[in-house]
Structures are given as structure tokens and as C-alpha cells.
Design a protein around this ligand. Structure first.
Ligand code: SF4
Ligand code: SF4
Length: 486
């Protein structure tokens, strides 16, 4: 072959894209080696958002570390929570009640829809479609409103709990969610009408970032990023958890493995999620939402309500003779209601006391007592009541309260061993690996985050394409750097 005669001499350029770039979806830095407009090489640099979640997790009990998972992929916090809880439940060896399983499946699929909506909104915006962005946010807001109805939070939810869910769902929530699922398919049609056959969208996504099924598997891709290449791997089907074995759904796959196929997979997945939610609402069984395993789970708060009830029918009182004046309760009291000098008996200002019971569990000398008393009783009367036998109701509630404190502060000990449990979150396979040394904290905690693996595939997807296609390739793998950097 005759060598092509070059009219101009060109040289490769080395340019930075990010870490502060609107299309990198977080603090991702890509170093691009370009020849004119063509990408020769892409090197992703992650780590700008390092949160040390894995190391923090090793310094906390399994129960305490749950809210950390909200901060990983903050776009789908609910799914991260579920993944973490499923893993810890396997480690504890506890079974979640059926109702809680269905509720978690509903919450997980809501999270998948909310994630895919944000992905579509930003992916389309990056490529130049503004209207889809606004439409998707309209529905995502609706989902976040529904989140608020079940747990009072929109972003960092911490609703699923080890052993079940924090609280049961109300009928009002189920009715609102049903209405959402009634309307949502027509909203998906609206998005598709805007972009599905749009010439610009097709030019920017078809044939871009093509990866074969074999290569995608070898690169460790999972979720819709893998399924776009035609591999029907979905953990919800292969290793069902929660209520996925009790609902019918399909796993959409692509054929070519390009950006367009991955887009189609996610659109079809939203429809499947909608169907799963409807099936779960129809099949939702009655029953408890927390496992019956007091050693491993947080029990309902109403068991200690006799003590901390806001009407304050019970008061906390320091027995003068038993108090050593160590000051522990004084330092712990959030209301600054305790006063006293060092090594002298302390006392509580009853009108400032919130009834939180922190002092009760803090005192090592058992100098604090709970007395059944109405508001405004004199200290003399309280002292008199403190000497009287404590009613059984209070004794039980105070025992429960102490157990609750110990559970939250120290956590239950788990048997020695190691475990890896994966769940299907919207971005792919989210796995938690724990090594237990028999204590209440993980000896090692590692997270297999799909965004981290997918960010590593960018050099393969971008090579040979144009600079503008880097944007489409970042969008198509749907990464969030909070999870990537952990
Ligand atoms: S913690 Fe107990 S002993 Fe120490 S000051 Fe308070 S009531 Fe007294
Ligand atoms: S019950 Fe709570 S608010 Fe009241 S004195 Fe004890 S620590 Fe302070």
C-alpha cells in the first residue's frame, strides 16, 4: 500500500478533561491523547472525591455504617442501603419478614427508575437535548416525593434496615405510588418521542462506544452497561434476593453493544421496574416489617415510649446517696439539664429535662432512677418516689432502653468468617465483602462499586472516536464518582 501523503504535519496533543467539567458527572479527570479530533488514548484519574467509606466502615458497627452507603452512589441511595442490608443479614444469618422483602423490592425499583431518569436527563443534556432533562426531572421529583412519604427523606434515605425496613408503609403511600405507575409508562413514551428517532441523537449514539459481549464480560461490566452488549446477566434473576423470585419481569438486552443499545436497555428497564412495583403492591402481604431477632435488629421504638413519652409522665432523678459526682451524665446531657460539682452529688433541673434517658444509660453507678411523675413535681416528692418500688412497666422499658443504647453504640458480635454478597443496583453489580474477626465491627469492608469498574472501561470505549464522543461514552456507562471513589 502506498503511504498516504500528508499535507500538514500534526502532532499528538495531551489535554485534560475534568476534574471540573459539567459532563464528567462528578470529579473525574480524563487525560486525553488526541490526534486532531481523534482520541488516541484516554487515561481516567479517579480519587478526587475519596471519602474513605470502606475504612470508616471498619471503625463502626455494622448497624452504624449503614448511612455511609447513602453517600456512595447518592443518586440511588435506596439501592445501596438494600445491598448493604442484604449482605449484613447474610452475615448475621437472619431472615427478613415477607412484607419487608416486598417493601424493599418496591423501594429498590423506585430507586432504579429515579436513577435511570437522572441518567437519561443528564446524558441527553450532555449530548444537547434540553427538553428531556426537564421532563425527566418532573418524574424524578415525583419519586422523591414518594420517598419522603415513606421515610421523610429524599436523597440520603437510610430507609431499609438490617432485618427489614425502618417503618411500615401507609395505604396513602401505596395509593400514590399506584397512581405514579399508572401514569409513568405514558411519560416514558414522551421521552422516546423526543429522542428515540431524533437524527442528532441517533448520530451521537449509534455506533459509538461499541463493545462486544465477550469483551464487556472481560472488562467486568455489569448492569445495563453489560446488557446493552447482549449478555442477559441480572443478579435479580440469577441470585434473587428480597421478593424478586415472586415477581415476573424480563431482562432487556441489546444486540450491537453501542451507546444507543445501552440507552434502549435502560428505557425498557424502567418499564419493567414499573411492572415490578405494581406486582409488589398487589401481592404485598400483611405482617411485621422487622425480623424477629432482637440480638441483631433495632426493635420498634414504641417499646421504650413509656420512658421517653413527650407528655413526660415519667421523670429522671439522681439519687443523692448513690451519686459519686463523676460528671459523666452532666457531660452527656444534650439539654444541659444536669448540674453539680465534681465529686459531689449532681441533680437534674426537671423543667429543662427532655426525657431522652442519655443520663440513665451513661451512669455507671446506677444513681439514676426513673420515677412515674407528672410535670411540676417537687424534688422532695421525686426523692420520695425514687425510694418506692419501680412499676414493672418502667423496669421493662428501661431494660429495653439500655439494650437499645448498647445495640446502637456497640453493636452485636458476629461469628468469624468472610462473605461477599452482591445485589443488582441501577448501575450494575454492587457487592459488599466483609471479613469478620468475631467482633461487632468488620475487620475488613470492601465495596465492589459498578461505577469504579465502568470508569476503567473508558479507554476501551473512547479509543478511535472523536473528542465529542467522550461525552457520550461517559454518559453511557452511567457513573457517579461518590461510589467510584468510595
Ligand atoms: S454519672 Fe452517675 S455518679 Fe456520675 S455524676 Fe451522674 S449521676 Fe452521679
Ligand atoms: S433525661 Fe436527657 S435531658 Fe433529661 S437530664 Fe437526662 S440526659 Fe438530660
Amino acid at each position: 500500500m502506498e503511504p498516504v501523503e500528508k499535507i500538514f504535519d500534526t502532532r499528538e496533543l495531551n489535554v485534560n478533561m475534568g476534574p471540573q467539567h459539567p459532563a464528567t458527572h462528578g470529579v473525574l479527570r480524563l487525560v486525553l491523547d488526541i490526534d486532531g479530533e481523534t482520541i488516541v488514548k484516554v487515561t481516567p484519574y479517579v480519587g478526587y472525591l475519596h471519602r474513605g467509606i470502606e475504612k470508616l466502615g471498619e471503625s463502626m458497627s455494622y448497624f452504624q455504617a449503614l448511612p455511609l452507603t447513602d453517600r456512595m452512589d447518592y443518586v440511588s441511595a435506596m439501592s445501596n442501603n438494600i445491598g448493604y442490608c442484604v449482605a449484613v443479614e447474610k452475615l448475621y444469618g437472619i431472615e427478613v419478614p415477607e412484607r419487608a422483602k416486598f417493601i424493599r423490592t418496591i423501594a429498590g425499583e423506585m430507586s432504579r427508575i429515579a436513577n435511570h431518569l437522572l441518567w437519561l436527563a443528564t446524558h441527553a443534556l450532555d449530548i444537547g437535548a434540553m427538553t428531556v432533562f426537564l421532563y425527566c426531572f418532573r418524574e424524578r421529583e415525583w419519586i422523591l416525593d414518594l420517598y419522603e412519604m415513606i421515610c421523610g427523606a429524599r436523597l440520603t434515605v437510610t430507609y431499609p434496615r438490617v432485618g427489614g425496613v425502618r417503618n411500615d408503609v401507609q395505604q396513602e403511600f401505596l395509593e400514590s405510588l399506584w397512581k405514579f405507575t399508572d401514569e409513568f409508562p405514558s411519560r416514558i413514551l414522551e421521552y422516546e418521542t423526543l429522542i428515540d428517532q431524533n437524527r442528532i441523537w441517533l448520530l451521537r449514539t449509534k455506533g459509538i462506544g461499541v463493545i462486544s459481549a465477550e469483551e464487556a464480560v472481560n472488562w467486568g461490566m455489569t448492569g445495563p452497561t453489560l446488557r446493552g452488549s447482549g449478555v442477559p446477566y441480572d443478579i435479580r434473576k440469577f441470585m434473587p434476593y428480597d421478593a424478586y423470585d415472586k415477581v415476573d419481569f424480563e431482562v432487556p438486552i441489546g444486540t450491537v453493544g453501542d451507546t444507543y443499545d445501552r440507552y434502549r436497555c435502560r428505557m425498557l428497564e424502567m418499564r419493567q421496574s414499573n411492572n415490578i412495583i405494581r406486582q409488589c403492591i398487589e401481592k404485598l402481604p400483611a405482617g411485621p416489617v422487622m425480623a424477629d431477632a432482637p440480638k441483631f435488629t433495632m426493635q420498634p421504638k414504641d417499646k421504650m415510649m413509656p420512658i421517653t413519652h413527650p407528655t413526660k409522665q415519667h421523670a429522671f432523678f439522681i439519687k443523692e446517696k448513690a451519686c459519686k459526682g463523676c460528671g459523666m451524665c452532666l457531660r452527656a446531657c444534650p439539654a444541659k439539664a444536669i448540674f453539680g460539682e465534681k465529686k459531689k452529688p449532681h441533680a437534674i433541673k426537671q423543667d429543662m429535662c427532655l426525657g431522652c434517658a442519655t443520663c440513665y444509660v451513661t451512669c455507671k453507678f446506677k444513681a439514676l432512677v426513673i420515677v412515674p411523675a407528672g410535670k411540676g413535681l417537687s424534688d422532695e416528692k421525686l426523692a420520695e418516689l425514687a425510694e418506692a418500688p419501680v412499676p414493672e412497666e418502667i423496669t421493662k422499658a428501661s431494660e429495653y432502653l439500655v439494650r437499645q443504647f448498647e445495640f446502637v453504640k456497640k453493636g452485636p458480635k458476629v461469628p468469624e468468617g468472610e462473605i461477599y454478597v452482591a445485589t443488582e443496583v441501577p448501575k450494575g453489580e454492587l457487592g459488599f465483602y466483609f471479613v469478620s474477626d468475631g467482633s461487632a465491627k468488620p475487620y475488613r469492608m470492601r465495596v465492589r462499586a459498578p461505577s469504579f469498574v465502568h470508569a476503567g472501561c473508558l479507554p476501551r470505549l473512547c479509543a478511535g472516536h472523536l473528542v465529542a464522543d467522550v461525552i457520550a461514552n461517559i454518559g453511557t456507562i452511567d457513573i457517579v464518582l461518590g461510589e467510584c471513589d468510595r
